[in-house]
Design a binder for this molecule. Structure first.
Ligand SMILES: [Zn+2]
Length: 498
């Protein structure tokens, strides 16, 4: 049946919520243990389910609530057919109470719970309290809960679920049997998505299922919700998923990774420019590229390890970057060192970008001032900044102060001189540092610079950044790469030594 005819029905993930332990995906250990405990009637009176969102904690709690109350259980599984199962499935059972710890009602419900919990449930039934996001309960509610856990009433089962078990008070934790719900594996989710599509009569490309699974970070529910969105315009192909998620195509990601591995900054830089101009999420792209590099390493391209590592690092550093785009661009330039054109003329056997040595840099840029290229070179990276500007010691002092706040701001300021007259700070960059000048025009960098300058030099009326060069066509990519690589040299050396 086509999806659009089902608009009024339950959402996919609700309809596909597992009804039996055997249908739960990816939580084998927890499910097996629980099922056995039910079958042998050895279940503790308080359980704690912990794990990230969307991995099946609440679904398992509900199966368990039916299983302990089922009149015809089969090896710990609820029959889902008896009166009790039907009542619970229909939400009509008074013996299963769900409490959302995150809602304001939490405290009232906990008070009610304390009052009600004394009453033994009707018949042979077991009263089940499912408290979701239990770590969100207020202190008062926790106390109420603790009291009931300390003196557990007969035939009551507490199932506490949380994404953040470390926020649950130890006094509560220590009274619960703990079950950990692991994030789902990509293949498990992929399989499940394909099974859902089959049953829904929805055309879903295996590559699309894989992509959805990969983007869902181990949360099956997220994957199902995304599949449902995509199901409105079948068939679901890899391309539609990429479009909906704003992901670049595989070819783009692949050539991005390959170019980085070959030390060719050109293609990666234009990809970043393209993504930024279309307002795409750079973080998501880096994750995609890192995943792709990982897959290729596993497939045998071990030379991609340094690229994968760099991608992961850039991704991790992104939230703290002064400018996200600039941060990634600098990373690319740092990793590649210089553009391919240069490399081709180079008769040396190809080094991986990370194994560039200080000595190589000597040869590449003999005219640039730099650290002494001794075997003990890492010491020059340890001290920041690595290339003291001996002409302007006061400026050097300022740059040193910037360094802990923003390493990249500091390296860009390093080659400059300064003049401070009547509250106006002039920052003058020599002709060969056009790239630094361009970078310092970026609004976010500019703001960071002005803040730092105000702090160091006191009340300033203005901060001017000037460049001593003659503007013709602007710097070539090669210049940018050489300059940035040279500026960032200290950091490359440091990485190599660690
Ligand atoms: Zn039943």
């Amino acid at each position: 049946m086509p999806m659009e005819e089902k608009g009024h029905e339950l959402s996919l993930y609700r309809r596909w919520r597992p009804l039996r332990f055997a249908d739960v995906v990816g939580q084998d250990l927890a499910v097996r243990t629980l099922r056995r405990a039910v079958a042998q009637q050895r279940l503790a009176h308080a359980l704690l389910f912990s794990g990230q969102r969307g991995v099946g904690k609440t679904s398992v709690a509900r199966i368990l609530a039916r299983a302990v109350n089922c009149t015809a259980p089969q090896e710990g599984e609820p029959c889902n057919a008896c009166d009790s199962c039907n009542r619970i499935l229909g939400g009509a059972s008074l013996d299963v109470v769900e409490i959302d710890g995150a809602s304001n009602r939490g405290i009232d419900q906990m008070r009610q719970l304390r009052e009600q919990v004394g009453y033994v449930p009707a018949g042979a039934q077991r009263k089940v309290y499912i408290i979701d996001e239990v770590h969100m309960l207020t202190g008062e509610a926790f106390n109420a809960l603790l009291k009931t856990l300390e003196e557990p009433p007969p035939r009551v089962l507490f199932i506490l679920a949380t994404t953040e078990p470390h926020k649950v008070p130890l006094t509560v934790l220590s009274r619960c049997q703990a079950y950990e719900f692991a994030p789902l594996g990509i293949e498990q989710m992929e399989e499940k998505l394909l099974a859902i599509a089959r049953d829904e009569g929805l055309e879903l490309e295996p590559a699309a299922a894989k992509l959805i699974a990969r983007r869902s970070g181990g949360a099956l529910r997220d994957a199902e919700v995304l599949l449902e969105q995509l199901a409105h315009s079948p068939p679901v192909t890899q391309q539609t998923v990429q479009e909906v998620l704003g992901l670049p195509t595989d070819e783009v990601v692949d050539s991005f990774v390959s170019a980085l591995a070959h030390g060719d900054a050109g293609q990666p830089l234009s990809t970043v420019e393209e993504l930024a101009s279309r307002g795409r999420d750079l973080g998501m792209f880096l994750e995609e590229a890192a995943t792709r590099a990982r897959d290729r390493i596993i497939a045998g391209e071990s030379e991609l390890i340094s690229v994968a590592r760099a991608l992961v690092r850039w991704r991790a550093e992104l939230p703290r970057a002064v400018s996200r785009r600039l941060h990634v661009e600098l990373g690319i330039l740092e990793l590649c060192g210089r553009p391919t054109e240069n490399r081709r003329q180079d008769p040396r056997p190809e080094d991986s970008p990370k194994t560039r040595t200080t000595k190589d840099s000597d040869r590449d840029a003999p005219d640039q001032p730099q650290c002494k290229a001794e075997p003990s070179a890492p010491t020059c990276a340890a001290k920041a900044p690595s290339r003291p500007n001996e002409v302007d010691p006061e400026w050097q002092e300022f740059v040193r102060k910037c360094y802990p706040q923003s390493k990249s701001l500091a390296v860009f300021l390093l080659p400059a001189n300064h003049q401070l007259t009547d509250g106006v700070l002039r920052i003058i960059l020599p002709a060969e540092y056009r790239f630094n000048y361009d970078v310092l025009q970026e609004p976010e960098v500019r703001r960071a610079l002005e803040e730092a300058a105000q702090e160091h030099f006191g009340a300033l009326l203005a901060v001017h950044v000037e460049w001593e060069g003659v503007d013709n066509t602007g710097p070539s990519l090669e210049d940018k790469a050489n300059i940035a690589a040279e500026i960032l040299e200290g950091e490359i050396v440091k990485e190599q030594s660690s």
